[in-house]
Write a protein that binds this ligand. Sequence first.
Ligand code: SF4
Ligand code: SF4
Length: 549
Amino acid sequence: MNDVGAGSLANRDAAAFFAAEWPLIKLFHYGADWLVYDAKPHFAFIVSTDEMNLLMDFLGGKLETDIFNTCSSQSDTCSSQSDAKVIKNLLAKFSELVNNGVFIKGPVVEISPVDRTAIKEQLAYYDANILLRKFCLEVTEDCNYRCTYCKRTIANGYRPHSKNKLSRQNAYKGIDYYFKKYTAFFQRLSREKQELLLQIVPPGISWYGGEPFLNFELIQQTADYFKQLPWEQYSIKTSDLRFASNTNLSIMNGEILTFLVDNRVSLFASLDGPAAEHDKCRVFENGAGTFHTAYRNLMKIKQFDETYFRQNVSIFGVYTDQHDYDQCLNFTRNIGALLCQHFPAEYTGAFVSRVAETNASFSDSLEQRLLNFNDKLSADSQNSEIQIEDYSNLFPFAKLNYDQPAGKNSLQIQLTCPMGFDNLMVAANGDFLICHKVDASMPIGHCDSGLDFEKLTDLNQRYNSLINNHRCKNCWNVNFCSVCAASRMTGETFVNPTPQECDYFQLRTSYDFLCFIPLALDYPELLQKIFDYRNDRKSFVGVIDINDF
Ligand code: SF4
Ligand code: SF4
């Protein structure tokens, strides 16, 4: 868009203007321009300062003739015929946006449906069309560590550590359920799509605990059972099957090593950093540090089969305020495993730890972070080998609309995955749970009887009712909000983040926007690379809907 008229914005506060009646619109100032983001159509566009003035006049209901008069009285150039034409075109564009659901005033009427019939229809759709992508067996609740950030160690609004183990019968029934779901989806695909699915989401089991290797016998039995199912009837080879396990690295012997390597098990090993860092929280029941044991066992794997280690073992660490994040990451990255990632500790009912300090420190460092990001952009734009995952905070922008908006007052979006259909865990007592991150308080079925659609309807209704709260309905960040159902579950209820926690989420998204704008304007080729990666099914795998696969 061209600059038009003379700017009178110096005396006008654009942010206050929109905040008064358009809570779902957020403005970002960038140089002399503004990015306008409207959450209802999930749509963004850029205007100059003068165009912003014009937009406010238009939205404020000023008559077209008055807009022309004001403009020509403030600008020498506005009176020319070509400028009048530019203004006319802009006003026509704004009207078109209004007709397409941009600039709808007020909060959202409904974010997610709460009507039972609508929910049931949605569940039936999920049941028929969503791939069960992650299937997890909680082979035991038992653990020989007492990590101080572990929800089970703290056991505040969460199930404590116990000795419960999954029975073989229940594990097999759970696997039968998964087999039926996976193959039903698979056989509806063309051969070409089947091959793609086998590459990106092959059939598989993940073993979870507690510490899964405390029930190694069941791990072996379920692997054997899984492999002998009639996969070949669907042209799926045994070599297509995949296994994964978490481990705290407390147990590693020759039998386990052979099993891991023979089955190419993807192993997610917990190590928080070097000894002094790791032992801050990862301790045995007697409080002694676990680093020595964990590291020795990790090295056992590496020595046993270095290729397996490099290709199949990932290191996942957890950090808290007490940890030196960079030191931890440097340490684990130098071990030579496939992947190293460190995640913040998650506490039941809390979404951001030490929220006041976290907010303050993120705000204080925002400017420097943006400078660093800009330096990175400049360096990466010259580099053909970039780490695309470094830009993962910008992946959600691939779904942003820049053209043809279609806004409405009732969003009808889900602020979580399709519970029970994309991800399923068979708990140690045989219950079906929405994922491995939750305790057994809200089961959604059982391996004897499959998914319980009444329970699922209740769960979705309760969750969606919680989402439709006043604060979320007025939040411009609603499409970017990544607080899922599992993280909101505490005991038998769901909870919302606090206002301060939401401030932090909004601040994070604002930072992402301020990274996105220079990337989009100055480095479009780099942005395209990032979006190509995000949209490539082989590199980024999200929820799989058969109608969009
Ligand atoms: S190893 Fe895992 S389950 Fe065990 S105490 Fe630590 S975090 Fe909890
Ligand atoms: S940031 Fe907070 S208010 Fe906004 S959508 Fe997320 S939970 Fe709701």
